[in-house]
Design a protein around this ligand. Structure first.
Ligand SMILES: Cc1cc2nc3c(=O)[nH]c(=O)nc-3n(C[C@H](O)[C@H](O)[C@H](O)COP(=O)(O)OP(=O)(O)OC[C@H]3O[C@@H](n4cnc5c(N)ncnc54)[C@H](O)[C@@H]3O)c2cc1C
Length: 360
């Protein structure tokens, strides 16, 4: 059944809702697809009432934050909600700890900056990651040897069907490399409304990744690490406001020890890192070696300074990017026998599916 089945063009919409809105400015790839219905939400009551309305109208609901980890490849049926739930409150805890509760719609980098200004340790290596605080747990954002799960105490969720709001302990969220239950089994069950970070008043700094230590003069400090991360990232990664992109387009593939040894024998300069009992390969290196770095075709391309990042130079729709993705995956597989997996979330997902039909 079409998701618009119960709504005619003359049906009165709730005040917060607009019809047929371009999502171009709400995704950092800047692809121009429409939301069938659209609302920007900055408080929990409106969010609940819109979910109730969408359910009545048999509309699917998609929540977006900053749109920096998305590959929108068609118009999105149903209601698209832009999360702008704000708020931030800190509470001293016993010993070395401090709790910081942050509304899901807060800008992630601003929160990192705020913690560094206050001398609170834990998320400084995650500076300059675009997007919202509420999306951070979805793929367990990570950079420079740190993941958000390392400093996350709890996640506040809104149950999409019962509309109850409650906290889930971080240990129960299935966090893994660029993954969590929010990306998997809970995708249709919850929206994240806030997060609680557990930060430290004193802590060791993590400097062993990505050449951070070399960027710091003298005695390392929280502020110096934050600045070094910002500096290194700005020099390596394109600013989405200048070059449309969604950061790393592929995850770093994880391979067995045996496959890693074979690859290392054939390609001695292979870039890889131990990952538990396996190895993580640098996807950027694989793509670069396959000759893709800097290539441009049909308005899209591979970033000239970092082959892991795909750029939308001037395409308004996603077809040419999907073609580029398929060609890169095929050539990396032909060369190394390694399957690349996409990092950004493709939308629409369960297009046109009714809320009531989604299994819990
Ligand atoms: C230049 C650049 C650099 C980047 N660098 C990194 C990096 O170093 N490390 C890293 O991990 N990521 C990186 N990213 C990816 C991205 O910034 C993160 O994944 C970020 O957390 C996405 O936040 P967002 O608010 O933009 O989410 P969106 O792109 O809006 O949404 C992403 C997914 O989360 C869902 N979602 C969003 N908000 C909620 C919510 N409140 N409740 C439930 N589901 C929700 C969406 O439906 C979607 O499926 C980078 C991106 C760019 C453009």
């Amino acid at each position: 059944m079409d998701s618009t089945h119960h709504l005619t063009d003359s049906t009165t919409l709730p005040p917060a809702v607009e019809r047929k809105v371009s999502l171009q400015q709400y995704n950092t790839f800047q692809f121009d697809y429409q939301a069938e219905f659209f609302a920007i939400v900055d408080n929990l009551e409106t969010l609940k009432s819109l979910l109730g309305w969408a359910r009545q109208q048999h509309l699917s609901v998609t929540m977006l934050g900053g749109g920096s980890n998305l590959l929108i490849s068609a118009d999105i049926p149903g209601l698209v909600i832009i999360n702008r739930l704000k708020g931030c409150s800190a509470k001293e805890e016993k010993g070395n700890h401090l709790s910081l509760v942050v509304g899901a719609g807060e800008n992630w980098h601003k929160i990192v900056e705020f913690t560094v200004q206050n001398n609170w340790f834990g998320i400084e290596n995650l500076a300059l990651i675009p997007g919202t605080a509420g999306a951070a747990p979805v793929q367990n954002i990570g950079a420079y040897g740190v993941e958000v799960k390392d400093s996350l105490a709890r996640v506040q969720v809104l149950d999409r069907v019962s509309l109850d709001v409650y906290w889930i302990n971080a240990h129960d969220c299935g966090f893994a490399y660029r993954d969590s239950h929010f990306k998997g089994q809970w995708k249709e069950k919850y929206f994240i409304t806030a997060i609680e970070l557990s930060l430290k008043k004193r802590a060791d700094l993590m400097l062993s990744y990505g050449g951070l230590a070399n960027q710091i003069d003298g005695e390392p400090s929280l502020q110096k690490v934050f600045q070094a991360v910002c500096q290194v990232r700005s020099s390596k990664l394109p600013d989405p406001n200048e070059l449309a992109n969604a950061g790393s387009f592929f995850k770093n593939p994880i391979v067995s020890v045996a496959q890693h040894s074979q690859l290392k024998e054939s390609f001695p300069s292979l870039v890889s890192f131990p990952h538990g009992k396996e190895f993580k390969l640098a996807a950027g290196w694989l793509i670069d070696q396959a000759g893709w770095k800097g290539k441009v075709q049909q308005g899209v391309g591979v970033y000239e300074k970092q082959a892991l990042v795909l750029i939308n130079h001037q395409a308004s729709k996603a077809e040419s990017l999907l073609e580029l993705e398929a060609s890169i995956k095929a050539s990396v597989f032909d060369l190394y026998g390694v399957e690349l997996e996409r990092e950004p979330v493709q939308l629409p997902g369960l297009s046109g599916k009714l809320n009531q039909e989604i299994p819990l």
